[in-house]
Design a protein around this ligand. Structure first.
Ligand SMILES: [Fe+2]
Length: 300
């Protein structure tokens, strides 16, 4: 991306087609921070290795941008994204299986994904600006925007025990703060909260989620691309939703799609609105009253 009109937070597919997605080298930290905080909320970064030094270099790149956060009950700050369905005893977290992931947010302020190997087929990435989705909903159905801002109960699975989890009281799906919009969205956990609590959603709430999905899954709102080996995607998870197509992988483990993921917080990002304050250390709830955790018997 050089010159021309700068991509702002409220982009749609046509804006990226016209101006290109921001592509940066791994040393262009000031530009990457600007893309994430003031620009379109993502960058595609080139130049990190895919060989034996990949994990170390990727960690170093992440640490130059922010503070790595624990991503699971084992407090891992670097996790591998691959198809583990033939290893996992159970899985309530989609990143360990090859199915489609519809537009959603992760828990952390920033997500970095470093691609080591692509799948045999499929697995394309899609990004959507939550700012654009919010604008479209506000124009079409302000009454349903009010439902999204009022919030939904969320189910939070406990990845240490199959079938265990807790229900978080209603949290806004979209919230405006001094630093701009923050979006928290993962529909399966909203649906699960209704099932577990026995309190079904009101029809207006369901309509609001359906409308949100309609825009978030509309190709006119999505930037679709394939992350190639050696490329790193970094996303401002407050403002940009991500999705992934289903993929077909190689039978041999050594050839399978493989990505490394970091969740980061960064002082240079504005604070989320108070209703989303937990995003700054999303796994903290797991460690509230426990010492170091392990997951006996879980294959690594
Ligand atoms: Fe995700």
């Amino acid at each position: 991306m050089d010159g021309g009109r700068r991509l702002g937070p409220g982009w749609r597919a046509a804006d990226i087609a016209e101006q290109g997605a921001p592509r940066r080298t791994a040393t262009a930290l000031a530009e990457i921070r600007d893309d994430l905080a003031q620009g379109p909320g993502f960058s595609i970064v080139e130049g990190l290795p895919v060989d034996g030094s990949a994990a170390e270099e990727f960690r170093r790149f992440g640490a130059a941008l922010g503070r790595p956060l624990a991503q699971n009950a084992r407090r891992e700050t670097l996790v591998e994204i691959a198809d583990f369905t033939d290893e996992d005893a159970f899985d309530e977290r989609g990143y360990r299986s090859p199915g489609e992931l519809t537009p959603h947010t992760d828990p952390s302020p920033l997500i970095a994904l470093h691609c080591l190997r692509a799948a045999r087929a499929g697995g394309e990435n899609r990004l959507v600006s939550a700012v654009s989705v919010r604008r479209a909903i506000q124009a079409a159905r302000p009454d349903l925007l009010a439902e999204l801002e009022a919030g939904f109960a969320f189910y939070i699975p406990d990845d240490r025990r199959e079938g265990a989890g807790e229900i978080r009281p209603a949290m806004p799906l979209l919230a405006e703060g001094p630093g701009g919009l923050s979006c928290v969205y993962y529909r399966p956990f909203i649906e699960q909260a209704g099932e577990v609590s026995g309190v079904p959603m009101r029809p207006a709430q369901r309509d609001a989620l359906d409308l949100f999905d309609n825009y978030a899954m509309d190709p006119a709102f999505q930037y679709r691309f394939a992350l190639a080996p050696g490329e790193t995607l970094i996303v401002n998870n407050f403002r940009v939703l991500h999705a992934r197509d289903a993929y077909e992988d190689w039978p041999e483990k050594a050839r399978r799609r493989r990505l490394l993921r970091l969740w980061l917080d960064a002082d240079w990002l504005p604070d989320p609105p108070p209703a989303h304050a937990q995003r700054r250390d999303p796994m903290a709830r797991l460690f509230r009253d426990e010492g170091p955790l392990s997951r006996p018997g879980h294959p690594r």
